[in-house]
Design a protein around this ligand. Structure first.
Ligand code: CU
Length: 300
């Protein structure tokens, strides 16, 4: 696999598509599945190419409904198996061809429950919530490489929250390459596994999103952020201004103990609510207030 040659901004053009990647395997209890056994396979001829807002492959952008689980992957939903996972278990989604994440940027995992109970019939047009998030692990590191927690990983390993209600879900792993975000070509790599969660969880995610709608190219992290000219803290601030910066759901209901005991600052809650109305579907003002409260708590 070729590496991108680092010549300042021209690095973007020097990036070989051979360095690209897509999640194709599920790892459960240490056992690695076959490619596309539990993950919906896209019909793209070059499955591993990213989705971008501009200069696209296959005309697919994050504004399209196929940004949920990749181009035409729903046509393979019926033949994709459903993996049984107990709530609280740790599983992983692994890249095809033993690839590793070779672009700089954050990694996320989102879930969405099939309303009918049958994930093979579910297009992902319902509510999504985030259960895993990795941004910068080494702020003094190279923002083009190992400053990022996900750099060099071959899989994203994450826990299905213990409070997750039983049922069938799509699980969407995503990596965002930021090396070309400065000119609206952030590269987004993603696909969806089909799982059946078992257990007696009764939690309710605080923040939910619609896909498409979760991201747009007025968010600087996708369009305008530069890992070549910005500091690590600036990049983190750009991330926080998008859903990638939102807290993950680790369990619980709409009000956790710490959130309800924290005074809610009106201004912060309003700002956050505005952010949601622009970028993503949001369930209720109560949840927006909760988000504002948790943000305050994190700062303290
Ligand atoms: Cu690339």
């Amino acid at each position: 696999m070729k590496l991108c040659v680092a010549f300042a901004l021209t690095v973007a053009l020097a990036c070989s598509s051979e360095a690209h990647y897509i999640f194709s395997k599920l790892v459960i209890n240490g056992e690695v599945s076959n490619d596309w056994q539990y993950i919906r396979q896209t019909t793209r001829s070059k499955a591993y190419e990213p989705t971008k807002f501009s200069n696209t492959y296959d005309d697919l952008t994050p504004n399209d409904s196929d940004f949920r689980c990749n181009l035409d992957s729903f046509t393979n939903a019926a033949k994709t198996e459903v993996a049984e996972v107990a709530a609280g278990d740790t599983i992983a989604m692994r890249l095809n061809y033993d690839a590793t994440v070779s672009h700089p940027g954050p990694g996320q995992v989102y879930m969405s429950k099939a309303p009918s109970g049958n994930v093979k019939e579910y297009e992902g047009d319902g509510e999504w919530f985030k259960i895993w998030e990795k941004t910068l692990c080494n702020e003094n590191g190279d923002l083009y490489r190992d400053a990022w927690c996900t750099y060099g990983l071959s899989e994203f390993e994450f826990k299905i929250p213990e409070d997750t209600p039983a049922g069938e879900y799509l699980v969407r792993a995503e990596h965002v390459g930021l090396h070309k975000a400065f000119h609206n070509e952030a590269e987004i790599f993603y696909s969806c596994a089909q799982i059946k969660v078992t257990g007696s969880g009764t939690g309710s995610p605080d923040i939910t999103y619609k896909i498409p709608g979760i991201y747009n190219d007025t968010m600087k992290i996708f369009n305008g952020a530069s890992i070549y000219t910005e500091s690590a803290s600036q990049i983190l601030s750009d991330i926080k201004d998008s859903p990638i910066g939102d807290d993950v759901w680790t369990g619980g209901g709409t009000f956790s103990t710490s959130a309800s005991s924290t005074p809610v600052p009106t201004q912060s809650a309003t700002a956050k609510a505005t952010h949601f109305s622009q970028s993503a579907h949001h369930n209720s003002s109560v949840k927006a207030r909760n988000q504002g409260a948790r943000k305050l708590g994190r700062r303290a």
